[in-house]
Design a protein. Structure first.
Ligand code: ADP
Ligand code: MG
Length: 624
């Protein structure tokens, strides 16, 4: 079959009798009977251990999302658990008379404890996130360290929270007439909450918001230019992580029936990070594996080392640290990452899976397009200075719908500087840029993505371990609206199907229809460039800005790219490309704008440019 031709009817496919379950579905199916039976057959102390693992796994799950998936390091997870655990413990033990009259009903109510615990955790996370998440790099880890430390001392010093001795005498949990007073009954509650959180997290990651969160690690500039609000995606991951910690704190208080500052120290915050990293970076099930692994390893070392060494002491901490270093070196993706990879290899999923398993969905609404020949983009006297250097001087041109304009010039001519201003990454020192008649200089790249201006990058920017289809779906981000809650509860399926169908449609349009489920990183460079164009097309643009699209491509790849651009032009797209490669440009574009030293030296159809003496001297003489 010709590449890119979508086979419409899945009829030829053999009928599949087994229900299609995702790997996580199979894990759940296998886990449920084991979990149901565990409290019935295990001795109580092991059930208690499993309860702790469940609570740790819940908190770790938050870190898998925050650190593993979104790439933000937090040392504060234990402190968040502490806030919720203390709120729960306080309300469970306080007498109604000690609370202000309107709040007296909260005394002894587990649900009030849950609500207050979660609200407090989320409120603190909101403030901490607002302060640190806009700043780059190290502010979040440092902020969470500071918050973890100060909270630990605060717990120890507050009289009404029992100071260093903590709060004891928490009554057994009773919910809707069910008493959770034994490890065995608590087990079901804890693991039910954990599994629900796991499913919600899996759902979240497999959605529009999930793609925005997954793009945070290594793809922020790209996703912003596709209209993704990175700050919001970060905040979402941070709040979900805090929410899981809050839930874990509530369960902790009712499992231990006693809270004190020690378990919520910075050290504990570090332990949770270890659990997340050992379990698997970005692997949802890794939270469970990591929590269990670390808990068991610590237990064994504590029991084993004194025998081996013949003396007692905190040797387990040292050996544990060494084990972690070793494990990280051997399995950088964590245990779950390693398992996932092994299975992936076993299944030998063909990289060119056909697109038949995607149901057709109603097309997304489209924006009104400009008429052919209408001016879409206009630069008027654009000047950009860097100190004394004038990188662009008085640049003026326009691009029309159904036309390809190339901006060319030797290295250092100022092309990238111009491109950045046109794509709203940078703004002119003076002059105006108009898009469909409106001034856009000074607007954000994110705002322009919504208006119909889409771009590609000089150095391909995609998420290499994400599928081709999902990478392209990021381009359609602004054409959907469903949020976190809808995603977690799977209420976003109709919209998600439309977004994915649009991504597939664009991939078929550019001729990558047979690579939908391949990892984007496995494509050849030429295909990755074309993937970027499909992603840009997903935003339903009327202008494509392409930054050196032919750079690094082989001859045939260049030809395929040129064919695609010609096709898009014939459909009425306005295309501006910045290009170094003269040969590529000459056979393809309608007009050429030539720059040197930041200034225009020639402009016109390729035939006249090719023979222009100024161009020949400045440009062609310079290369080859
Ligand atoms: P091209 O893309 O055509 O090779 P550029 O736009 O990258 O050219 O660069 C044009 C000139 O502007 C160069 O002299 C470059 O050093 C300078 N320049 C580009 N960006 C900056 C910046 N952010 N600060 C200072 N000078 C810059
Ligand atoms: Mg450049």
């Amino acid at each position: 079959m010709k590449p890119g031709v979508l086979s419409k009817t899945p009829a030829a496919r053999p009928t599949v009798s087994m229900p299609r379950l995702s790997p996580s579905g199979w894990i759940l199916l296998a886990l449920l009977p084991v979990l149901a039976a565990a409290p019935l057959v295990l001795p109580t102390y092991q059930v208690t251990l499993a309860n702790n693992i469940g609570i740790f796994a819940l908190a770790t799950l938050g870190l898998v999302l925050l650190t593993g998936v979104a790439g933000m390091t937090s040392f504060g997870q234990a402190a968040f658990i502490g806030v919720s655990a203390y709120a729960t413990a306080y309300l469970a033990t306080v007498s109604a008379a000690d609370l202000p009259a309107p709040l007296a009903w909260m005394a002894g109510s587990p649900l009030a404890g849950l609500a207050v615990g979660l609200l407090l955790t989320l409120a603190i996370a909101t403030v901490l996130g607002a302060v640190t998440l806009r700043l780059s790099g190290h502010y979040l880890p440092l902020g969470t360290i500071a918050w973890g430390l100060s909270l630990f001392y605060l717990f120890g010093n507050l009289e009404f929270l029992g100071g260093h001795t903590g709060l004891s005498g928490i009554p057994a949990l009773s919910l809707f007439g069910i008493a959770f007073d034994k490890a065995e009954t608590l087990f079901y509650l804890i693991w039910a909450v954990l599994l629900l959180a796991v499913v919600a997290t899996l759902n979240l990651l497999d959605s529009r918001v999930g793609r925005a969160i997954r793009a945070l690690r290594g793809g922020q500039r790209m996703s912003e230019s596709m209209g993704v609000d990175s700050f919001r995606a970060k905040m979402t991951a941070f709040l979900v992580a805090a929410l899981y910690a809050g839930l874990a704190g509530w369960l902790y208080a009712y499992t231990q029936r006693f809270v004190s500052p020690a378990p919520f120290s910075l050290q504990a915050g570090i332990d949770f990070l270890f659990m997340a990293l050992i379990g698997g970076v970005g692997q949802v099930w890794g939270a469970v594996i990591g929590a269990a692994g670390v808990t068991f390893a610590k237990q064994w070392l504590q029991d084993l080392l004194p025998h081996l060494l013949g003396r007692t002491g905190n040797f387990e901490a040292i050996v544990f640290g060494l084990l972690i270093v070793l494990l990280m070196q051997r399995l950088p993706g964590g245990i779950a990452g390693w398992i996932a990879k092994t299975f992936e290899r076993r299944r030998q999923r063909p990289a060119t899976l056909e697109s038949m398993d995607l149901p057709d969905a109603e097309p997304l609404p489209r924006r009104p397009m400009p008429q052919k020949g209408e001016v879409v983009l206009e630069a008027k006297g654009v000047t950009r200075r860097f100190g004394g250097l004038v990188a662009n001087r008085d640049i003026s041109f326009s691009v029309r719908a159904g036309e390809i304009l190339a901006v060319i010039g030797p290295n250092g001519a100022g092309k990238s500087t111009l491109f950045n201003q046109l794509s709203c990454v940078d703004r002119p020192t003076s002059g105006e840029i108009l898009f469909r008649g409106e001034r856009i200089d000074g607007r954000t790249a994110r705002a322009m993505a919504g208006a119909g201006l889409s771009r590609s990058f000089q150095h391909v920017k995609l998420l290499p371990t994400m599928s081709v289809l999902e990478n392209v779906a990021i381009g359609a981000h602004l054409r959907g609206s469903k949020g976190v809650a809808a995603a977690a509860l799977r209420l976003d399926r109709a919209e998600e199907a439309r977004l994915l169908a649009e991504a597939r449609r664009q991939l078929v349009r550019v001729g990558l229809g047979q690579y939908l489920h391949a990892e984007a990183g496995s494509l050849a460079l030429g295909q990755q460039r074309i993937l970027e164009i499909a992603r840009a097309l997903c935003a339903d643009p009327c202008l494509l800005l392409l930054d050196e699209p032919a750079a690094g491509l082989r001859f045939l790849e260049k030809q395929a790219l040129a064919e695609l651009l010609v096709k898009l032009r014939s459909e009425g797209m306005a295309i501006l490309l910045v290009e170094h490669d003269m040969d590529f440009v000459m056979g393809l574009v309608d007009r050429v704008y030539v720059m040197e030293f930041g200034e225009r030296i020639a402009e016109g159809p390729p035939e006249t440019i090719q023979t222009d003496p100024a161009v020949l001297e400045a440009y062609l003489g310079g290369i080859e």
